[in-house]
Design a protein around this ligand. Structure first.
Ligand SMILES: C[S@@+](CC[C@H](N)C(=O)[O-])C[C@H]1O[C@@H](n2cnc3c(N)ncnc32)[C@H](O)[C@@H]1O
Length: 227
């Protein structure tokens, strides 16, 4: 089936921030609970070392994505670098929770919007993006949101209001999950993107699929400048 580039609700500028933040908070919770990206640590560590970077800059960070686990896992692999989280629609509640968590020392959330398509030159570092976590059984997803939202941190009353009183978050997770699955690039499509990058020969590219903890593999694309 060809890729379909439909619109995800969380990407719409007018989408209400409390609903977006509850949704990305829920994603962060699920990724953390499943330690979804642990299998990517060796590849990530190798690429960061190869690049010589002294800071990681995560794009499209949402509620923090996998970093509550990856930070310690990367440190255990010998890479204890500062990490800057960024998003086009920064989530202040998630930022406060990260800045107040001692286990997240060295992780900061950029307070102003950063568009992944136009990252300012002043924000230097090895760039990461974790966005493809949308493949659990979609039709069950709204019920899982209803079940788990009270445990999503930081706890906010608005999370409960937009989940139980007006069930916008379960609907958003269902819609964005389906759309994300349709938008996800497979390895062949990523290769075509890489082939079309101007000056791409100046980078070392590594792309493929890694077995994940769940049934869906992790698709990765890593580019590091050739020295
Ligand atoms: C599916 S969430 C992923 C969040 C996080 N990476 C994770 O793994 O949980 C996608 C995030 O991308 C952000 N986003 C969408 N378009 C963006 C853009 N052009 N630049 C930066 N962030 C963007 C959204 O605000 C949202 O927080």
């Amino acid at each position: 089936m060809p890729r379909l580039h439909l619109v995800e609700l969380e990407d719409l500028p007018w989408f209400p921030a409390p609903v977006r933040d509850a949704g990305t908070g829920y994603l962060q919770f699920m990724i953390h609970a499943g330690d979804a990206y642990a299998p990517a640590i060796p590849l990530l560590a190798q690429a960061v070392r190869r690049s010589g970077a002294t800071r990681l800059v995560d794009l499209c960070s949402g509620g923090g994505g996998p970093w509550r686990r990856l930070k310690g896992e990367l440190a255990a692999a010998g890479l204890d670098l500062p990490i800057l989280l960024t998003d086009k629609f920064p989530n202040p509640g998630a930022a406060d929770a990260i800045h107040g968590n001692r286990a997240m020392d060295g992780v900061t959330f950029h307070p102003t919007p950063v568009d992944a398509r136009h990252v300012p030159a002043t924000i230097g570092g090895f760039r990461t993006m974790f966005t493809a976590f949308h493949h659990f059984r979609m039709l069950l997803a709204p019920f899982i949101v209803l079940l788990l939202m009270p445990w999503v941190r930081p706890f906010r009353l608005s999370n409960l209001l937009v989940t139980y009183l007006i069930p916008l978050v379960p609907l958003m997770i269902l819609w964005d999950g389906i759309v994300s699955a349709l938008r996800t690039y497979d390895v062949r499509e990523l290769q075509s993107l890489v082939d079309a990058v101007k000056g791409g020969e100046r980078f070392h590219w590594d792309l493929g699929e890694l077995p994940a903890k769940g049934p869906i593999p992790i698709t990765y694309l890593i580019g590091t400048p050739r020295t």
